[in-house]
Design a binder for this molecule. Structure first.
Ligand SMILES: [Zn+2]
Length: 345
């Protein structure tokens, strides 16, 4: 189609943009809604001009505590394709979908990813089904009512949806923080676009493969970079527990005082425990995230002498002029901040 348009433009001696939209109204782009900025970037990489993209939770936005608007329901209603993370990340979505009457297809980007369970993260209510590991949480009675649902994750997720999405379920949703998973996301998105818009399937396939090759090269580069740093230097603090997949993939221990939530305040006991841990394990640096406030990390750094690193991008990209406007640049930036703190301090 693009070739035909180009030829016509040449014949007419006119710039493409001047007439392409009107002359080829039948080639209206595929209307895609992405739930948050990282998925939006992947859709943009693979879909290019064939896609008209809308993002629900934009740059520097916190999808954990997102409150959908009536405008979001209208955007979804008009979409051909919805791209979401899954793994309980968008727990505000089911209600939004009901409200929108969405009839299109949904791509769950994480569908091909082996999910990671949250470790011994100090979150307050994310682990009802695993009480044996969380004796220290016995005081949170308000959530123990649900103990009857042991192991039934569907019930568990509904329980969380009722709490306006302050927390995750038992699975760690931040799977995009491992580039190998990013490759699976890209493939799921590419396949979803091709299915929804078969006329451009070849373009989506080619773009997916080119993108995947770049992600794989970046993945190898990052592994090489961290493996050159001694393991005992690869320990850092982040505010919320968003880097579990990253840590598993690249051999870094992340200590996260806020657990899985971005909204909760750490208790004084949590902070004291983290400070002990930082001292004991000689943690090199404390990082903040672009979606969190800096008060807690400042306090931990002050009391332990660890340095405060630059902001890491966990759950959202930056705006176009920021340090992490794309998924690839997010990794490059985060790796740079982390490795610099580990080697210079
Ligand atoms: Zn998160």
């Amino acid at each position: 189609m693009f070739m035909r348009r180009t030829a016509l433009a040449l014949l007419a001696g006119l710039p493409l943009a001047a007439h392409a939209p009107m002359a080829f109204a039948d080639e209206a782009p595929l209307e895609v809604v992405a739930s948050f900025s990282i998925l939006a970037d992947m859709v943009r990489e693979i879909g290019g001009d064939h896609v008209a993209l809308t993002t629900l939770v934009g740059p520097d936005g916190d999808a954990h505590v997102y409150e959908p608007t009536p405008a979001d329901a209208r955007k979804i209603a008009a979409a051909d394709l919805l791209v979401i993370n899954g793994l309980g990340f968008e727990n505000w979505l089911p209600r939004l979908l009901d409200a929108s009457g969405f009839q299109g297809e949904t791509v769950v980007a994480s569908a091909g990813v082996p999910p990671r369970s949250f470790g011994a993260a100090p979150d307050e209510d994310g682990h009802d089904g695993h009480d044996d590991h969380h004796d220290d949480h016995a005081g949170h009675e308000d959530h123990d009512d649900h103990a009857g649902h042991d192991g039934e994750h569907a019930d568990h997720d509904e329980h969380h949806a009722g709490h306006e999405g302050h927390d995750h379920g038992p699975e760690d949703p931040h799977a995009w923080q491992d580039l190998a998973n990013g490759v699976a996301y890209a493939r799921a998105i590419g396949a979803g676009l091709a299915e929804a818009d078969p006329g451009n399937a070849d373009a989506y396939r080619e773009a997916t493969e080119a993108y995947v090759a770049r992600l794989q090269a970046l993945d190898s580069e990052i592994k090489a970079r961290f493996s050159a740093i001694p393991a005992e230097r690869r320990r850092v603090v982040t505010t919320h527990d968003a880097f579990g997949y990253f840590g598993d993939a690249y051999g870094i221990t992340f200590i996260a005082p806020l657990g899985t939530s971005t909204e909760a305040e750490a208790s004084a006991a949590d902070v004291a425990r983290i400070i002990d841990q930082v001292r004991e394990q000689r943690v090199t640096a404390v990082f903040v995230e672009n979606i969190s406030n800096t008060r807690l990390s400042d306090q931990i750094a002050r009391e332990t002498g660890a340095v405060v690193g630059g902001a890491l991008y966990s759950d959202a990209l930056s705006g176009p002029d920021g340090n992490a406007p794309t998924y690839e640049r997010m990794f490059a930036w985060n790796v740079d901040q982390l490795s610099r703190a580990m080697t210079e301090n």
